[in-house]
Design a protein around this ligand. Structure first.
Ligand code: SF4
Length: 378
């Protein structure tokens, strides 16, 4: 098997294979989060078996040599995505195919194809849904107008909007009743932004950048509040919020920021990982906002970074001369894709996998009513 990675002297051992083997020094990360100070990681060996990449590896007892894959933690599915997919799968199981889903349930090509194969039909326009059908709203949420139209058309509706997006919708509605106008930080055209802005008929102004802040023309500035898309870059959002605060000193900011825990945790993990690797691969679809942000976070830290929808998109040339490949996945990317990337990197010559320690996520959101399966108790 040929390898594109930079070869390491086969006599290297744990004690003599220090960071000089190509890995950049950790930038002040704690011992808990840093890659062991060997040019290679433990846990693996060149086995081509389908070893789960998330097994972690505190064990540095195997002084293997070669190129290492470093897995960010946490990565991949969040609680909102888990819940949204489960809603569609349960609806299919309970009511049979087809189940209609407005917009991609989550922004991931693999997930959408898998659900299509199981009987889901993805639509954008409610007029494409036949009367009496079962309809699921995607995790990104929908506007009030879409809700109302779906109800008027008499569909059986299951709402897979992430509860953390719903929380933003509720806050917007509540403050609107108190007379607030809003500045929303988000990406124009993203379905979550359309859903959140669509909670009101007017009085919500979108900004995508610091430059946009100067252009906002609220009808008053006494009652002005900031809301954000949940999947933004934490750092970019902070910068834009600061610009809003500077122009509108009385602006109300969310008590708890709207950027969700999963977005924050995945970006934090990439910040820890990036300085310790030569290249970062993000598994995610081009439409996935939080996946794009992970790639940007790595690049801003000076680490070359690519996003791939599947292992097939990896290009051998990216890894020439590399010794540590950092790997993460957006909140909508399933672990099977990460495993396939690991296997492809092994085929290119990587010999080990090491999981960085990171925040443990235990959040689980309840399912909507009406999706209990026959063998489940109420
Ligand atoms: Fe919910 Fe955040 Fe996951 Fe989006 S990324 S579904 S807001 S938990």
């Amino acid at each position: 098997m040929s390898t594109v990675f930079k070869p390491i002297a086969p006599t290297a051992t744990v004690s003599d294979a220090g960071p000089s083997q190509g890995a950049r020094a950790p930038s002040g990360g704690s011992e808990d989060t840093s890659v062991p100070s060997v040019g290679v990681m433990s846990d693996a060996g060149p086995s081509q078996g389908a070893k789960a990449p998330s097994g972690g590896s505190e064990d540095t007892s195997v002084p293997s040599v070669g190129v290492g894959i470093v897995l960010a933690e946490p990565r991949g599915f969040c609680a909102g995505v888990d819940r949204a997919i489960e809603i569609v799968e349960r609806a299919l199981h309970k009511f049979g195919r087809p189940i209609y889903v407005r917009h991609e349930i989550v922004h991931n090509t693999y997930v959408v194809s898998d659900l299509k194969a199981k009987g889901a039909i993805f639509i954008e326009d409610l007029s494409d849904v036949p009367p009496g059908a079962t309809l699921v709203f995607s995790a990104h949420g929908v506007s009030r107008a879409v809700h109302e139209e779906a109800r008027a058309r008499g569909f059986k509706i299951f709402d897979a909007t992430c509860p953390l997006v719903t929380k933003v919708h509720v806050e917007v509605a509540k403050l609107h009743k108190e007379g607030f106008e809003f500045i929303m930080i988000g990406h124009k055209g993203h379905p979550e932004v359309e859903g959140t802005m669509g909670q009101l008929d007017s009085g919500i102004h979108l900004v995508e950048s610091v430059a946009d802040v100067a252009k906002v023309q609220p009808s008053q500035t006494d009652k002005l509040a900031v809301v954000t898309q949940t999947t933004l870059s934490v750092d970019d959002a902070a910068e834009i919020t600061a610009a809003i605060r500077s122009r509108f000193p009385k602006v109300r900011e969310p008590k708890q920021q709207d950027i969700c825990y999963a977005t924050q945790n995945r970006q934090d993990a990439v910040k820890v990982m990036s300085p310790q690797v030569d290249i970062v691969i993000v598994v995610g679809s081009p439409t996935s906002s939080n996946s794009n942000r992970l790639r940007e976070v790595a690049r801003k830290l000076g680490t070359e970074s690519y996003m791939v929808d599947s292992a097939d998109e990896l290009q051998a040339a990216w890894f020439e001369g590399r010794q540590r490949v950092g790997l993460t996945a957006g909140a909508s990317a399933p672990d099977v894709l990460v495993q396939q990337v690991v296997e492809r990197l092994r085929a290119l010559g990587a010999v080990s996998v090491h999981t960085l320690q990171g925040t443990q996520e235990t959040i689980k959101f309840p399912l909507p009513k009406g999706l209990k399966l026959a063998n489940e108790q109420d």
